[in-house]
Ligand binder design. Structure first.
Ligand SMILES: [Zn+2]
Length: 74
């Protein structure tokens, strides 16, 4: 999706919301909780053809924190 192609419908009508404010804030509408005192902001990629949304955490320190604090799947 970061390459501009929707994985669901193969459309190239993909838009990136990484510069949209607020990415995170008191309502946490565009972020996920990492731990009690930590949240990670998300970059959203939206396909305007089918409405599919992909979200990425752009902050490598948050990714590192998740790898330490979250249980691994599989
Ligand atoms: Zn799509």
């Amino acid at each position: 999706m970061k390459q501009g192609k929707c994985p669901k419908c193969s459309s190239t009508e993909v838009y990136c919301g990484s510069a949209i404010k607020p990415k995170s804030g008191p309502f946490g509408s565009n972020s996920i909780p990492v731990s009690l005192a930590s949240i990670a902001a998300l970059d959203n990629y939206v396909c305007t053809q089918c409405g599919y949304v992909e979200s990425y955490i752009p902050d490598p320190t948050k990714l590192k924190e998740i790898s330490i604090k979250w249980p691994k799947v599989g």
